[in-house]
Design a protein around this ligand. Sequence first.
Ligand code: FMN
Length: 210
Amino acid sequence: MATLLYIESSPRKDRSASIQIAQTFVDEYLASHRGDSVDILDLWANEFPPFTGETINAKYAILNGEKPSEAQSRAWRPVEILIDNFKKADKYLFSLPMWNFGIPYKLKHYVDILVQPGYTFSFTPEEGYKGLVTGKPVALVYTRGGAYKAGTEAASLDLQKTYMEQVLGFIGFRDIRSIVAEPMLMSTPEDKKKIIAAAQDEARKMAKAF
Ligand SMILES: Cc1cc2nc3c(=O)[nH]c(=O)nc-3n(C[C@H](O)[C@H](O)[C@H](O)COP(=O)(O)O)c2cc1C
């Protein structure tokens, strides 16, 4: 039985459009995948280990094949636990609003924890960089205040979807599916409802076949 890890990155809870759409995905997923389970990681309900000097020293010690000091190991352990928990899942769902053209800083912090040599990617001079999280699908629900459709002038400002696809691709994901709900702030309340409803329809279809 598979586990879907759902990573939630808007702090707006009941008022969040990305959470509302992702919740539709989760409900449909559970209804159509009897026996599977969903683990929810609310990024705002967690304090992640800060990237202090010791944490980064631990990272470089491991990268250079050296034994980390006791202080470095202590700083590194929570990072390892978070990476293990992430890698344990079989499938992934992210929901995320655009913040200043990119992603919320809590999600960036989580990405900085996950993307580690020897854990989620490897490097050899012969093969270059290789992602280590392979053979698993990921779905992402994006919301934005404005609109950044491909082919428009605003598309180049989208550092939200392009960044997530880049970084997930780097650690090995090849099956990356997305739902984009926009423009959430530049719409009338009626149009906003329609945009959310259309995204929820997409979420149901995607979840069924996930
Ligand atoms: C701190 C912050 C920064 C934002 N920056 C952008 C932005 O750069 N571009 C944009 O189109 N919308 C921006 N927005 C609007 C959100 O992306 C939009 O309202 C989205 O629907 C919020 O999703 P949520 O309801 O799931 O939190 C920003 C919102 C916040 C709170």
